[in-house]
Design a protein around this ligand. Structure first.
Ligand code: HEC
Ligand code: HEC
Length: 270
């Protein structure tokens, strides 16, 4: 009998084996696990960080604090603006690029606005400044958001599972609790769709690279691009809001016609 077989039934054998198993699992996981977050600290040009800092002090500091540390309102328990260290360049590019920031009036939700107050160059500088505070998700490359490189069918499946409960199956938006809403996704640029997923504005969850790979983000962008371009062969879309509006339509017009018939028949009989 060799030495190993002799010790097989030793009471410590189980424990040793278990430790060995755990150690191996840990080692293999460490070797193949994906990078924890999509946090990248790009080399930032110092000049644009400086420019971003002064833009920030002039336009954002009243709510977010002089060093983006966040601020409370006068009455103490409400925040004027959350701290921004770690939200990343993507959050700034999204919030300022969609006209949500600088927020003009307090409300339950900073709404998208057509008037974007800064040039893309200034937004880049603001983003560089915020990204210099702490690493966070970066602005995606053009290739990462190119709808022609994605698979819309796959994206549609992912959209129905992950996004449709808030944004509606056709991306036309919907109401949430406490006066909040998930906005329509019509005509939102691929870059902003990607950034919304990477940063999770307000009550939207964050879809980081571990939950939703960059390829799948691009597939969703391709899907939204496809439905934006779609013609509606059946005529009016009724806002693509689903059974409620369609039902309303049937009630108002269908019932209206029936009532009209009844009135007409009644007046004939009289
Ligand atoms: C009037 C106050 C106000 C001003 C001015 C303002 N913000 Fe905000 N900001 C808020 C509030 C409140 C929120 C949180 C609510 C929300 O996200 O809609 C927020 C959220 C953000 C977020 C999202 C943070 C996250 O967790 O993802 C970013 C990024 C941001 N602001 C950047 C800016 C920048 C850059 C400016 C200046 C150009 C600016 N804000 C100006 C009030 C303000
Ligand atoms: C729990 C509900 C919820 C889910 C799930 C959700 N979102 Fe959102 N989404 C929101 C809310 C709320 C906002 C608005 C945030 C704001 O205005 O600050 C939003 C905003 C957006 C925007 C910005 C639109 C604009 O007007 O600029 C995009 C793009 C977006 N979501 C895409 C997605 C995608 C893609 C998914 C699925 C991968 C998804 N969302 C899942 C709630 C949700």
């Amino acid at each position: 009998m060799n030495a190993l077989a002799a010790r097989r039934r030793h009471p410590a054998a189980i424990a040793v084996l278990l430790m060995l198993g755990l150690f191996l699992t840990g080692a293999v996981y460490a070797a193949v696990a994906p990078e924890p977050a999509d946090a990248t600290t790009q080399a930032l040009p110092a000049q644009s960080v400086e420019e971003g800092k002064s833009l920030f002090r002039a336009n954002c500091a009243t709510c977010h604090g002089v060093n983006a540390e966040g601020r409370q309102t006068g009455n103490g328990n409400q925040i004027a603006g959350p701290p921004l260290a770690g939200v990343g360049a993507a959050a700034v590019d999204f919030q300022v690029g969609t006209g949500r920031m600088p927020m003009t009036q307090p409300g339950t939700q900073a709404a998208r606005s057509k008037t974007v107050k800064f040039s893309q160059e200034q937004i880049d500088a603001l983003a560089a400044y915020v990204a210099s505070l702490a690493p966070g998700p970066s602005v995606p490359s053009e290739e990462a958001v190119d709808p022609t490189k994605g698979d819309p069918a796959m994206g549609g499946e992912l959209f129905r599972v992950n996004c449709a409960m808030c944004h509606n199956f056709a991306g036309s938006g919907g109401a949430l609790t406490r006066g909040k809403y998930a906005p329509s996704l019509k005509d939102v640029s691929g870059k902003h769709i990607y950034e919304a997923m990477a940063t999770g504005p307000q009550s939207m969850p964050v879809f980081n690279d571990a939950n939703m790979s960059p390829e799948n983000k691009r597939n969703i962008i391709a899907f939204l691009d496809t439905i934006n371009k779609q013609e509606n062969p059946g005529g009016l879309t009724l806002g693509s809001l689903g059974p409620v509006t369609e039902g309303m339509f049937a009630w108002v017009f269908g019932l209206g016609i029936l009532v009209g018939c009844a009135v007409w028949l009644g007046s004939k009989a009289a």
